[in-house]
Structure formats: C-alpha cells, structure tokens
Design a protein around this ligand. Structure first.
Ligand code: BT5
Length: 259
C-alpha cells in the first residue's frame, strides 16, 4: 500500500494517530495494545497483510498481502455513546454499506457483523471492548474487506460463500479510497448512534429479512424462524415457527439448509 497516498488521503479526516504495517498478526491486537497505552480517539491501525487475522469466537480472518483492507479503529466512547455500545457494530457496518453505495454497490448487513454483496461475504467486522471494572475504556472496531479477487479465501476455508469488490465491480478499486470513504461515513454517522432513526437505518440494510434462517446463539439451542428486524439495542428479532417473537443478542445466522 502506498504510504504517501494513505497519509495524504487520511489527512483530510479528523482521525487520531495512524499506524501502518506492511505485515502484522492482527490489526485488532495492535489496536488493543495501543489502546492500553492511551491511544487518542479515532486512532487507526492498518495493515497490508495479516498473518493471524481474527474473526469472532476464535475463527480466522484471512488477509493476503496487497489484496484487501484490514484495519482497526480505536473509539474512546463518550458517556452518551457508552449507553449504546451494542450499536457500534451497526455503525461500522452502515459505514461500509455507505462506502460501497458510493460505488453503486448495494450491500447488506448479515446480522451481526457480515457485509454481503449478492449473498456473498465481502467483509467482516470484529468489535472488542476494553473494560476497567464496569466501565468501558475503549472499543476497537476491526474491519476486513476483500478488495482484489485474490483476497477471497479458498472455499474450504469458508463457512459462507465469499466475494470481493473486484468481482462485484469488474475492476479493483483503490484500497485507500475505499478506506477513506468508510472512515468518512463512520465519522458522519457517529453523532446519530443514539437516535431511533439510527436503528431504522441499520434495519433497512439487514440481509435475509423475511427469510427463514437458523440462529445459533452461544450456549443456547438453535432457533429457526424468519428474520423480522432489530431491537433498539441492535439485537436480532426472529419470528419462530410458533409465530412468537424471539430476540437474539449474540449468535450466528445461517440460511436454513433445505431439507
Ligand atoms: C468476522 O468474523 O467476519 C470478523 C472479521 C474481522 C476481520 C478484521 S480485519 C481487521 C481486524 N483485525 C482482525 O484480526 N480482525 C479484524 P466471523 O463472523 O467470525 O467470520 C469468520 C469466518 O469468515 C471464518 O471462519 C471464515 O469462514 C470466513 N472468512 C475468513 N476470511 C475471510 C475472507 N477474507 N473473506 C470472507 N470470509 C472469510
């Protein structure tokens, strides 16, 4: 990644400090270590390659060199934002959706943290918080986006079909431009985090609405039902087989396999 272009492009934004790595294990790990040493709000870690990229629940995120976006933003939440921590993943997801919309790509958010293009995963988000007792100090928001087609892992490494911006657009966009658009959208959306309108905006981009899915909450039996919408804390609302509404705070959504 051209560091001069990166610096020039990011200087237009009101960010904290920026750390760039040609290669690192995980930008989230770098950001968590930095956050522990008092990083400024909206400081950014970005890498051209990750050798130990992480997804949720110990899963791997693959970022081959020179092909993708992998970055982590450090957020020092205001007292007001601390009331809406569970919405931050939605803030990041909406920022990605808006940056792709700018390129005429209509993406959707597969709850809780996947970005889909035409039902294929093009990006993923991993938010991690640092706490002192009951108080959150900072939130690290890790975002990975497949840009060039070479960033898409082989099928055997995937639980869900994947794609890249290059495959959707027919050409590979400049990574720095996509990054700048995502960060810009994030900064613009941030003041709306606590509003009701924010939830409806997030909900309007939800993938699989009305479709029958299986949700596997952590440490609870699977639920089968239709995706109905979002609760005000960003939980997923499902209408189960008995017509009852069930909310899921953590979990994986799977399209129910056809029998
Ligand atoms: C995610 O987890 O989708 C969150 C991914 C977050 C990655 C960013 S990159 C910057 C920052 N630093 C990190 O170390 N992480 C963050 P999850 O929903 O658990 O999905 C993980 C699953 O996605 C894996 O088990 C694979 O099946 C699949 N996967 C791995 N790499 C992929 C890729 N490049 N494209 C599409 N799917 C992928």
């Amino acid at each position: 990644m051209n560091q001069n272009e990166l610096k020039k492009s990011l200087s237009q934004l009101d960010l904290g400090n920026v750390k760039y790595f040609d290669s690192t294990g995980s930008t989230n790990d770098e950001a968590l270590a930095w956050a522990a040493n008092d990083a400024d709000d909206l400081s950014l870690v970005i890498a051209d390659e990750q050798t130990a990229g992480r997804g949720r629940l110990g899963r791997k995120w693959i970022t081959p060199k020179g092909t993708a976006l992998a970055f982590s933003l450090i957020l020092n939440p205001t007292p007001e934002e601390k009331l809406h921590l569970s919405r931050i993943v939605g803030l990041a997801a909406l920022a990605v959706v808006q940056a792709l919309q700018k390129r005429e790509l209509s993406s959707q958010i597969k709850w809780p943290n996947d970005i889909l293009l035409d039902r294929h995963k093009v990006g993923g988000i991993l938010t991690e918080s640092v706490w002192t007792g009951e108080d959150v100090d900072c939130v690290v928001i890790g975002i990975g986006i497949n840009v060039a087609k070479e960033s898409v892992p082989p099928d055997e490494a995937l639980q869900f079909p994947a794609t890249s911006l290059e495959q959707a657009l027919g050409h590979s966009p400049e990574r720095v431009e996509v990054l700048t658009d995502i960060l810009n959208a994030f900064i613009e959306l941030r003041p709306r985090l606590g509003t009701e309108e924010f939830i409806s905006q997030w909900e309007s981009q939800l993938a699989l609405r009305g479709e029958t899915v299986q949700v596997n909450p952590e440490k609870a039996p699977a639920i089968t039902g239709q995706v109905d919408g979002l609760e005000s804390d960003g939980s997923l609302r499902i209408r189960n087989e008995h017509g009852e509404f069930v909310t899921v705070r953590f979990g994986d959504v799977r399209l129910r396999p056809l029998a």
